[in-house]
Design a protein around this ligand. Structure first.
Ligand SMILES: Cc1cc2nc3c(=O)[nH]c(=O)nc-3n(C[C@H](O)[C@H](O)[C@H](O)COP(=O)(O)O)c2cc1C
Ligand code: SF4
Length: 421
């Protein structure tokens, strides 16, 4: 049974993105009109009813975040749409850019109305260069039709959007590093002495959200918070865009209701494991996410059940690894990524990644010792608790979960164990 849904993704491949009229025919900009009627309080109320949580990884309730933000005073405020999408195995935000740019523009403008901001920035992954101009074109069309720019729909409200290219570094997706990058500095996370909503881009009050969150906002206003909340479970309402990849028959971006099981995602939506092989593990949420053994695939894909099992939904990536994958080889690719992407600002992440990579290589080459296993676990925990930003804190997640679920695989690569067995 196909359990995918088309709520946020309902317009994907349904219209020509160079035609704003086609978008309007699909109900486009009805959310924006509603937003003007509702005003900031009404918008926030709909978001609270919908139970939308930030889709950038941390899952902070959007209604609450926006409510706190509206209390920040200021004459000049900024909206940022985070479309950096640097997390490995994650490609669902690309679908929003490619197949529904007007909805993203609508969501950003609604954020502007709520936060009383007149300037928006969309930070698009550098590798999605082919989409930068397409998005600029969508902005231009929206302006020409008075849904963006000066005096939008004759309401007196002004809002404009600037496209900014990502800097090609994973860490630039972290909101303070992203802000540094837009400011023209090297994209490294900032020491946060105040909330971004108080002191963000150019030290101005800034509301930053993930692109899927903003597209969901437009959808929620279009259909109503209550309607959106009908999808999902009691504690994880709504739907999620996921990107399914790895050893799977039907990789791709899909939209699912929360509460679907991992098994249904892999077998009913993804068509099962490639070549009829057995499933070994999943990695949820990209390289920074945990490894989930096949024995756990009856778990429901929702915040509560996964969190209760130490798993985060993160970016929405689901990578499938079959029985032919060695855990240590997989961890090597994860480690190589983090070693490359660590910005080097803090010691636990910079040195931790370097040392863990060296040790993982010894496991890959069957040259590890028992002491090595103890050392990587110790280093991983130091990184988790002492790193300056989320990159270093989550870089060892895959390793720690692999040690928990696949301890024997590490022992199989320890020299002395191999000799005696
Ligand atoms: C290393 C790192 C990379 C990140 N990359 C992204 C990204 O590509 N896109 C994104 O929306 N959020 C990313 N985030 C999360 C953002 O910092 C931020 O929490 C999010 O954009 C907030 O939006 P939300 O409330 O809509 O989830 C990243 C965080 C870290 C630590
Ligand atoms: S945790 Fe890593 S990416 Fe983050 S500031 Fe430290 S070195 Fe840079």
């Amino acid at each position: 049974m196909d359990r995918t849904v088309k709520v946020i993704s309902k317009n994907f491949k349904k219209y020509n993105v160079e035609s704003i009229d086609e978008y309007i025919k699909l109900g486009g900009f009805s959310a924006l009109k509603k937003a003007f009627d509702l005003g900031p309080k009404g918008i926030i109320n709909e978001l609270k009813i919908s139970d939308l949580k930030g889709r950038g990884g941390a899952a902070f309730p959007t209604g609450k975040k926006w409510e706190q933000a509206t209390k920040v005073p200021g004459d000049r405020k900024i909206i940022i749409c985070n479309a950096d999408e640097g997390e490995p195995a994650t490609f669902k935000d690309r679908y929003l850019l490619e197949y529904d740019p007007f909805k993203v523009i609508e969501g950003m403008t609604i954020a502007g109305i709520t936060f009383n901001a007149n300037e928006g920035f969309i930070y698009i992954r550098e590798e999605y260069k082919y989409l930068h101009d397409k998005f600029k074109k969508a902005i231009q069309l929206t302006k020409e039709n008075n849904y963006l720019g000066q005096n939008i729909l004759n309401t007196g409200f002004n809002f404009d959007i600037t496209v900014f290219s990502g800097a090609g570094a994973y860490v630039c997706g972290e909101s303070t590093a992203l802000i540094e990058s837009i400011e023209g500095k090297s994209g490294r996370p900032r020491l946060k002495l105040a909330r971004t909503s108080e002191k963000g881009l150019y030290d101005l009050p800034t509301l930053a959200n993930n692109i899927e969150t903003l597209a969901a906002v437009a959808t929620i206003l279009e259909i109503g918070g209550e309607e959106y909340a009908k999808y999902g479970t009691k504690n994880s309402k709504g739907t999620k865009l996921i990107s399914l990849c790895g050893n799977i028959n039907k990789p791709g971006a899909y939209e699912v209701p929360f509460g679907i099981t991992l098994k249904e995602i892999i077998y009913d939506i993804g068509g099962g494991v490639k070549n009829g092989n057995a499933l070994k593990f999943l990695q949820l949420g990209g390289a920074s996410g945990p490894i989930v053994p096949a024995s756990m695939i009856d778990l429901k894909y929702c915040y509560n059940e996964l969190n209760a099992n130490g798993i985060n939904i993160g970016s929405g990536a689901i990578l499938v690894a079959d029985e032919t994958n060695k855990v240590v080889d997989f961890l090597k690719s994860v480690q190589d990524f983090f070693l490359h992407e660590s910005c080097g600002k803090c010691t636990p992440c910079r040195e931790g990644n370097r040392q863990i990579t060296k040790i993982i290589n010894r496991f890959v080459n069957d040259e590890a010792s028992i002491e090595d296993l103890k050392t990587i676990e110790k280093f991983a925990n130091v990184m988790k608790y002492a790193s300056f930003c989320g990159l270093g804190k989550t870089a060892p997640t895959a390793l720690l979960s692999a040690i928990k679920h696949f301890p024997i695989e590490f022992y199989q690569h320890i020299k002395t164990v191999r000799k005696t067995s």
